[in-house]
Design a protein around this ligand. Structure first.
Ligand SMILES: [Zn+2]
Length: 168
């Protein structure tokens, strides 16, 4: 039996698809009470979180913010299996990017390396403050900062900028 080739002009493809988004507050409870979050959004905290959406992805990475409309992007596998404290801190980090997006800042400024990008430094600074606040040691904070996609050099550079003086 020979294969039947229908051909490019015979098929129909529905291309106008939507990526499903989910409400932040349905998955992340109590963040409106977190001092580090209130410091970002002030009186708008509840409103911002109520209107924040999440896109769950099935592969690659941890979290991010979409630079078109400011919604959160979260790796479902990471959310399921990642360390709870890391996830908490990542949310704090990403909420800084949400605020930056609201302020009209460009989140992916390619003129800078990741660890030197001002928007990242600001997000990490805020997150490190919260990490100290919840009692993490310098070593724990350094290990949190150093992700597997980061070189030792970059991790040291980032830690230095953030005032985390730790020698692995
Ligand atoms: Zn970031």
């Amino acid at each position: 039996m020979s294969t039947i080739v229908i051909g490019f002009d015979k098929v129909k493809i529905i291309r106008d698809v939507n990526v499903p988004l989910f409400r932040f507050i349905d998955y992340f409870k109590g963040f409106e009470e977190v001092e580090a979050v209130i410091r970002l959004f002030g009186d708008e905290t509840e409103k911002v979180l109520n209107e924040l959406w999440i896109e769950f992805r099935s592969r690659r990475g941890y979290m991010g913010v979409n630079d078109q409309d400011g919604h959160l992007i979260i790796n479902a596998e990471y959310l399921r299996n990642g360390d709870a404290r890391d996830i908490y801190l990542d949310i704090i980090h990403e909420l800084v990017h949400v605020k930056q997006f609201m302020d009209g800042k460009q989140l992916r400024d390619r003129r800078f390396n990741y660890v030197e990008r001002p928007t990242e430094i600001e997000a990490y600074r805020h997150t490190v403050e919260e990490a100290k606040n919840i009692g993490m040691t310098t070593k724990q904070i350094f290990e949190y900062l150093k992700t597997e996609s980061m070189t030792d050099d970059d991790a040291m550079k980032l830690a230095n900028v953030l005032g985390i003086n730790y020698l692995p």
